[in-house]
Design a binder for this molecule. Structure first.
Ligand code: C5P
Length: 239
C-alpha cells in the first residue's frame, strides 16, 4: 500500500470550515481523514458528507461504548453515512461488538451499502501501565490486556483494532496478519508526546506492522503542515 493510503490525519479541530480548509490544503497528499469527538460534536454528520464530497475517506472515531442496542443504532447511522471505518470500545464486551458487526452486515446486504471496517479500541495510547493498574484496577500487564481485547474483537468478527505501536507485533502474531491495526500515538522526532504515553515514530510503527497510522497535533500544530506531511512521508518511505 502506498504511504498515502496508510497515513490518516486526525482533524482534531472544532470549526468545520477550518477542517475543510485543511482537507483542501492537503489535496492529493491525504486520502483518509479521522473525524473524532471534537469535530463531530461541534459540526455534526454534515462534516462527514462534506469530506466525502471532496472524494476523501472518513474514519469516524467516536469510540462507541454503550449497551449493544445503543451502539447498534449509532453503527447503523455511521454505515448510512458511508464512512470507511469506525470504532467501538472492545471493553464494551463480546456481545456488543458481535451484535454491532452483525447489524452492519445485515444493513449493507439489505440496502446494498459498502461495509465499513469496524475496529475495536483496545487501551488508549494515553494510558500507561501504572494508570491501567492503579486507576482502572486491571492487574495483568498492559500488553496482556491489549492482546486479550484484540482477541475478543477478532472473535466478534471485527476487522481489526486500534492499538499503540508497542503492541502491534504481539497482536499480529496472536490475531494474524490480516487483522488490521490502526495506530495513534505517533510522534515524529520533532514533536513532544503531549498527553500520549505509548508513542512511536511513523517509521517504527510501520516496521512493527501497523496498517494505518493516525497523526494529529504533530501535523496540525506544525508551522508548515504541508512540510510536516512531506517529512513524515519521507520517513514512511524508508520504513
Ligand atoms: O494529536 P495526536 O497525534 O496525539 O492525535 C491522536 C488522535 O488519535 C486523537 O484524535 C485521539 O483521539 C486518537 N486516538 C488515540 N488513542 C487511541 C484511539 C484514538 O490517541 N487509542
Amino acid at each position: 500500500m502506498p504511504w498515502r493510503e496508510k497515513l490518516i490525519i486526525a482533524l482534531d479541530v472544532s470549526e468545520p470550515d477550518y477542517a475543510l480548509e485543511l482537507v483542501d490544503k492537503f489535496g492529493e497528499q491525504i486520502e483518509i481523514y479521522k473525524v473524532g469527538l471534537e469535530l463531530f460534536t461541534s459540526a455534526g454528520p454534515r462534516i462527514v458528507e462534506k469530506i466525502h464530497k471532496r472524494k476523501k475517506k472518513v474514519f469516524l472515531d467516536l469510540k462507541l461504548h454503550d449497551i449493544p442496542a445503543t451502539v447498534i443504532k449509532a453503527a447503523v447511522a455511521a454505515t448510512r453515512l458511508g464512512v470507511y471505518m469506525f470504532n467501538v470500545h472492545a471493553s464494551g464486551g463480546l456481545d456488543m461488538m458481535k451484535m454491532c458487526r452483525d447489524s452492519v452486515i445485515e444493513l449493507c446486504l439489505k440496502e446494498n451499502l459498502p461495509k465499513p471496517k469496524i475496529l475495536g479500541v483496545t487501551v488508549l495510547t494515553s494510558i500507561s501501565q501504572d494508570v491501567l493498574k492503579a486507576e482502572m484496577g486491571i492487574q495483568h500487564s498492559l500488553i496482556t490486556h491489549v492482546r486479550h481485547l484484540s482477541a475478543l474483537a477478532l472473535k466478534a468478527g471485527l476487522d481489526g483494532v486500534v492499538a499503540s505501536g508497542h503492541e502491534v507485533a504481539k497482536i499480529k502474531s496472536h490475531c494474524g496478519n490480516k487483522f488490521l491495526i490502526v495506530t495513534p500515538g505517533i510522534r515524529p522526532s520533532w514533536h513532544p508526546p503531549d498527553d500520549q504515553h505509548r508513542t512511536m515514530t511513523p517509521k517504527q510503527a510501520l516496521r512493527e506492522g501497523a496498517d494505518y497510522i493516525v497523526m494529529g497535533r504533530s501535523i496540525l500544530n506544525h508551522s508548515d503542515p504541508l512540510r510536516a506531511i512531506e517529512l513524515i512521508s519521507l520517513e514512511m518511505l524508508t520504513a
